[in-house]
Design a protein around this ligand. Sequence first.
Ligand code: F6P
Length: 524
Amino acid sequence: MPHFTSTPPWQALLAHRDALAGARLRDLWQRDGARGAALTFSCAGIAVDLSKQRITAETVQLLAALARDRGVAPAIEKLFTGERVNVTENRPALHTALRGDEHVSVDGHDLYPEIQRNRERMRVFAEAVRAGQWKGATGRAFTHVLALGIGGSALGPKLAIEALRADADGPEVRFVINIDAAEFDDAIDGLDPASTLVVVASKTFTTQETMVNAVAAREWLVAALGEGALAKHVVAATANIAAAANFGLPECNVFPFAEGVGGRYSLWSSVGLPVAIAVGMAKFEQMLAGAHAADLQVRSDPLERNVPVLLGLVAAWNRNALGMPTHAVLSYASRLESLPAYLQQLEMESLGKRVDTSGAPVDFHTSPVVWGGTETPGQHAFHQWLHQGTEPASCDFIVVARPMGEKRIHHEILLSHACAQSEALMNGVAASDPHRACPGDRVSTTFVLPQLDAYHLGALLAIYEHKVYVLATLWGINAFDQFGVELGKTIAAQVLPAVRGANVPLHPATQHLLDVIRKLGDSR
Ligand code: F6P
């Protein structure tokens, strides 16, 4: 299949871009005061305002034509029906099956009963822990969960637990993500092993950081409670049941999920166990329901009104037609502080590719750099760059309509800033002093959640997942592999013996760096 860059719909879009070139965003608003309503769409209760993008109704039509040409709708069907959309690993991508109610089959094998069984086991366990029925080895109920995992095995659960803090009435969850002793020590500080449950989340159950942390947690438990306590205190969420068994976990402590569920798409599986323990299985299932509502819409809405499809199309427009190298996620909600990091993995690990599905190099840019922060603190830090820096960035504003706390004034001010920033980025300001002038014309999308709850969080994350899949389909790349991360892991395994003092041959640059580190480490 030729790359999208050589197709007639894309050529039409480039001609349209050139025709629009003289018009600034504020001109588009002046020309058509109704563009707000015309370019605001809805998905699973979330409003998505695209009216501050450099698009018109005609752009939407042209983008939809591109989507048709690239087979976006059939590709979405393939995702939902268990086809092997992860072509390089010859696997389906099964995250939507985890939150749906359809009998998805792979090679004639119906996955539905297994998914339901796994979810039921998760429910029984999470509720037993919450109710104090599943007790620690000394008979005490669990007050804390130590959640171990990295990447997709941590980012989603951490985000969800923070976002749903208002609903968190179960044991407190602390994460250990990094291979940094300080992080482990900080997490266990003040914890009593007798009332701490350890959840090891790792799809492969081989990830070095997680496994070393798991061993450290096991030692911490054994030192206090003895070997026999482990069966009560350690459980796993994994696709590698055998490795979890080798680690010493009895079968009933292992909560499995299918190999076809990608790590960064695994929040919906047993990887979400810490979420279910923190907020309850009912809330966890509301999150699945919100995601499922977005799934239903991405499958059925017409392309011209299909939120995830439009987001993918506009992202390609910004990246490939308007040349934007970065994309900022601006969360106007402190409890969504981890959203930029979550989306950074989702988008950059999925779309940071340089060859198409056939292995041929692409002739266009793929994933922008995805970054961002919590607002309004970001306004006092990097927004200067957004307003007056030399490169444009596209922005996603995430806004929650209803107050997220008791103090109304806080919410009113928060909303005023969210609205003001996207206006300021769009309109800019002229000034006789060039230091004070802002060029404006910075594009943004605003997502408005009615409230920050499990349903809308699930919907928001599913919308982004589908945006990523749509982009991958347009670009003809595989969103579900991540081979690029392997090289660093391999080299780290070669360097580790040298760090420990062995005399092993290293690249001179690495040897030099290690010498510098050693010198400083020894200079006390
Ligand atoms: O190193 C990348 C990665 O494979 C991610 O894709 C994944 O989310 C993370 O590591 C953790 O992997 P696992 O769940 O297998 O420990």
